[in-house]
Structures are given as structure tokens and as C-alpha cells.
Design a binder for this molecule. Structure first.
Ligand SMILES: NC(=O)c1ccc[n+]([C@@H]2O[C@H](COP(=O)([O-])OP(=O)(O)OC[C@H]3O[C@@H](n4cnc5c(N)ncnc54)[C@H](O)[C@@H]3O)[C@@H](O)[C@H]2O)c1
Length: 265
């Protein structure tokens, strides 16, 4: 089997997944992966062009991806979108809290404003908390759920190119995971954190090219034992594992997915 030839497993037939902010980047990779394994995947994003593009790709491949326009900075919009999902699809088996990013705020802490702090916390933490709060009652009613939170290598070890606000927000998501895992495990719901290293999405590519010299980038790559950066497909494969029914004994875990880079920093 080659890397472009994903596992033929269809672990998600009959399952409905919600992946937030997923019309591009890591979320898109996860959406395609779960849909190829048989899931109906609801994708939220605020960028209509990207949603249309994903919808087109899904139709061409015969995948059940439902792209929905949601601006997740509005808590009422999040609650309404969950209600609409339930009305249309009847269930939510999987939630991937993917929304996040450093919003290109300054790398150096003393150059970050209070507003930079608040905006990054709103995207990385508050939007995920609000989504989780809206989804959990439906999972509890079904007695089943899989929640995957996107942490980061940054939240575990600090970051080479994103600042303290982003690092703290990702640490918060990892801690949030632990309590959700404890509190809702008895309801058949698991919650785990995925912590990717640098995945060369357009956002990260532009951050790296602005903040690192070519020599520093080569040095970063040297620090990754597998000798490459990660891809959305790498993360999609890990999401597909943690969100599968068969992973029901994995709860409150943190999965580092960085090619071994964390061993060399
Ligand atoms: N890319 C990486 O290297 C990396 C590494 C570790 C962790 N992560 C985490 O993985 C997740 C995905 O990262 P990515 O690099 O794929 O993201 P990305 O920057 O590529 O963004 C994904 C999508 O978010 C959408 N979005 C932004 N704000 C939104 C809003 N208010 N409402 C709805 N949609 C919105 C954008 O339109 C975009 O399509 C994030 O939580 C990120 O912190 C990424």
C-alpha cells in the first residue's frame, strides 16, 4: 500500500461527524478521510469559496460531505448550526474541534496586545468549548460519542514560530480534554487530544516563510527524525483512529504526531 492509497477500512458507515473550520488544511484532510471510510461529514467553515470547492471535490468522489457556512465567532451561530445538523442528520457521533490558529499575532509575548490574547483564546478555546457544550447533550442521549480536540506540539513543548497566546490556548485544550474525558466517559463518550507538529497548510507555510530564514527552516527539518513535515493526510489518519468505535478504550489521551520532532527539542 502506498501513502496515496489510504486504508480500505470503512469504520464509519452510518456515523455522522462534525468537523469545525474544515474547508481547508488539517480539517479538510480529516473530513475527506472520515468520508472515505463511510461517514457523513458535516463541515463548518466561514469561507464560502473553500466550502464550495470541498463540496465539488466530495461530489466528484461520491462522498457524503455537507459543507455549511458558519462563523464560529458567534456563539448563537454555533448553537443554531448544531440544531440544524441534528434536524437534518439526526445524530452526531463524532466531533472534531479543529478550529484554531495563532491569527498571525506577534511571536514575542511583549509584542502581543491584550486583544491578540483575547482573539486567539476565542478561536482556539472558546469556540471549541461552545461547540462541545452544544454537541454533548446529543451524544449523551445516544450514549455514544467521540470527541477529538486539536492541541499542538506548541501546547506541549512551546513553539518555534507561534507566540505565548497560541501555546497557552493549545495547553488549555489539552487540559479541557482531560475533564471532558473523565466526566463523560461513563456516558460512552471519549475525548482525546491530537498534537500535530508543523503541518504545511497555507497558513503555516506563510508563517514559516515570514518568521524563519531558509537556513532555520532547514535546521527545523533536520530536527524531524522522519525527515519531512506532516500533511493533512497524516492527521486525518490519526483522527480516523481516535474517533473510531474500536478506539473506545482510548480516553483522555494526548497523541503527539510530529515525526518524532519532540524528541529533538
Ligand atoms: N497546521 C499546523 O501546522 C498545525 C499544527 C498543530 C496544530 N494545528 C491545529 O490544527 C487546527 C487546524 O489548523 P490548520 O492549519 O489546518 O488551519 P487553517 O488556518 O488552515 O484554517 C482552517 C479553516 O478555518 C476556517 N476558519 C477560520 N476562522 C473561522 C471562523 N471564525 N469560523 C469558521 N471557520 C473559520 C478558515 O476559513 C479555514 O478554512 C487548528 O486548531 C490548529 O491550531 C495546526
Amino acid at each position: 500500500m502506498t501513502r496515496s492509497d489510504p486504508a480500505p477500512a470503512r469504520r464509519y458507515t452510518g456515523r455522522v461527524a462534525l468537523i469545525t473550520a474544515a474547508a481547508s488544511g488539517i480539517g479538510r484532510g480529516a473530513a475527506l478521510r472520515l468520508a472515505r471510510e463511510g461517514a457523513t461529514v458535516v463541515v463548518w467553515d466561514r469561507d464560502q469559496t473553500l466550502l464550495d470547492d470541498l463540496g465539488g471535490e466530495a461530489r466528484a468522489e461520491g462522498l457524503a460531505i455537507d459543507p455549511v457556512s458558519v462563523d464560529m465567532m458567534q456563539s448563537a451561530a454555533i448553537a443554531a448550526a448544531v440544531q440544524a445538523l441534528i434536524a437534518q442528520h439526526g445524530r452526531i457521533d463524532v466531533l472534531v474541534n479543529n478550529i484554531g490558529g495563532s491569527l498571525h499575532t506577534a511571536f514575542r509575548f511583549l509584542e502581543q496586545s491584550e486583544e491578540d490574547w483575547d482573539r486567539v483564546m476565542a478561536v482556539n478555546v472558546t469556540a471549541c468549548v461552545q461547540t462541545t457544550r452544544a454537541v454533548l447533550p446529543h451524544m449523551m442521549a445516544a450514549g455514544y460519542g467521540r470527541i477529538v480536540n486539536l492541541g499542538s506540539k506548541a501546547g506541549r513543548f512551546g513553539s518555534l514560530f507561534a507566540g505565548a497566546n497560541y501555546v497557552a490556548s493549545k495547553g488549555a485544550m489539552q487540559a479541557f480534554t482531560l475533564q471532558i474525558a473523565q466526566e463523560f466517559g461513563p456516558h460512552g463518550i471519549t475525548c482525546n487530544t491530537l498534537c500535530p507538529g508543523a503541518i504545511l497548510t497555507p497558513r503555516v507555510e506563510s508563517l514559516l516563510s515570514q518568521r524563519k530564514t531558509p537556513e532555520e527552516r532547514a535546521q527545523m527539518l533536520d530536527g524531524i527524525p522522519v525527515g519531512r513535515h506532516g500533511t493533512p493526510e497524516d492527521i486525518g489518519a490519526a483522527v480516523a483512529f481516535l474517533a473510531a468505535e474500536e478506539a473506545g478504550f482510548v480516553n483522555g489521551a494526548t497523541l503527539d504526531i510530529n515525526g518524532g520532532q519532540s524528541m529533538s527539542i
